[in-house]
Design a protein around this ligand. Structure first.
Ligand code: CDT
Length: 315
């Protein structure tokens, strides 16, 4: 490759479990530690998991809305999270993290599973709200634990945008979104060069426990395919380990546009990995095997964007 490299050094900051009783301030302290470590290794951007500030609360059914709303942020940053933004500004490092967002929009109260990219001046530069919400709506007591994202969140309303940040084209998605090729293709069509995402993926999948041993495989399978098929870097970051009674997979990784994993966490605890991502390398794929202008055949893909026959009730 004769092109001049265009390198962004990215850190993936895996978090170990966050207990139900752990405070936001404690989670933020752990994140600041990882951020300082990332900066010491010259990272420009550090990526944290989905819902990084609290335990993964959709695993419990709560009767009262007030119990649920305790896990949500009504402002970002707010008093407990401010030290993370301050540290980033001091260190001049960007970061991405997920949180539960409670907002009022046009007089309506809305709950989203959200992620933001914060620039190296400590300003929110981009926002994404999770589109593929997995799990179920009702309390299903036969399960070892619940997965009530469909009850507690509504579908994101910001689409899959690509942002010019850190001298590259950067997109976001969250956890279950990574299993859907459409997520990455919509960003691929905007020329995305780096996708950052966080996840909370239980080892046990109650509807098909025969797949439990495949959770780590399906994680990397989806991510590696998406990176290759769109010629993009992907940084995918777990909240891992035994969180309350639920085992979450690790496997935090940084993936090259060729689909190769270039760095991977080895533990299920707070752990940092880094890679120098040369965004020019996206062209190896985007200008060749997956040159969309030359080879895509969208007129034969129309079924993909047709409305579903029967939509579930809008939550
Ligand atoms: N957080 C999240 O989206 N987790 C899902 C779990 C499986 S579906 C119940 C995931 O896709 O990893």
């Amino acid at each position: 490759n004769s092109l001049m490299p265009r390198i962004i050094k990215v850190a993936a900051a895996q978090l170990g479990p966050i207990a139900l009783a752990e405070t936001r301030s404690s989670a933020v302290k752990r994140m600041i530690n990882l951020m300082q470590n990332a900066k010491a290794q010259d990272a420009e951007l550090v990526v944290f998991p989905e819902l990084a500030l609290t335990t993964f609360f959709p695993r419990w059914y709560f009767e009262e809305q007030s119990q649920i709303d305790k896990f949500f942020e009504t402002e970002m940053p707010n008093k407990q999270i401010q030290p993370l933004f301050d540290e980033a500004r001091k260190l001049k490092i960007g970061f991405n993290f997920g949180f539960a967002e409670l907002v009022e929009e046009d007089g309506v109260t809305r709950h989203f599973n959200t992620a933001v990219i914060v620039n190296d001046r400590g300003e929110i530069a981009a926002k994404y709200r999770k589109i593929h919400l997995p799990g179920h709506i009702e309390n299903e007591t036969w399960r070892a634990f619940q997965h009530l994202e469909k009850r507690y969140f509504e579908k994101g309303n910001l689409g899959f945008q690509v942002h010019k940040l850190f001298s590259g084209k950067i997109g976001m998605c969250i956890c279950n979104d990574r299993r859907w090729p459409e997520t990455f293709r919509v960003m691929g069509l905007q020329g995305v060069e780096l996708v950052v995402l966080g996840y909370n993926t239980p080892k046990h999948y109650p509807p098909a426990p025969e797949h439990d041993h495949l959770q780590e495989f399906h994680n990397h399978l989806s991510l590696q395919a998406a990176a290759y098929q769109n010629g993009t870097w992907i940084v995918a970051v777990a909240k891992a380990g035994k969180e309350e009674d639920c085992e979450l997979i690790g496997g935090t990784c940084i993936i090259a546009p060729t689909g190769e994993i270039v760095a991977e966490c080895k533990t299920l605890a707070d752990e940092l990995i880094l890679a120098e991502c040369d965004l020019e390398r996206c062209k190896e794929i985007q200008e060749n095997i997956f040159n969309f202008d030359l080879h895509r055949q969208p007129e034969d893909y129309s079924l993909i964007t047709e409305a579903k026959k029967e939509s579930p009730p809008n939550h």
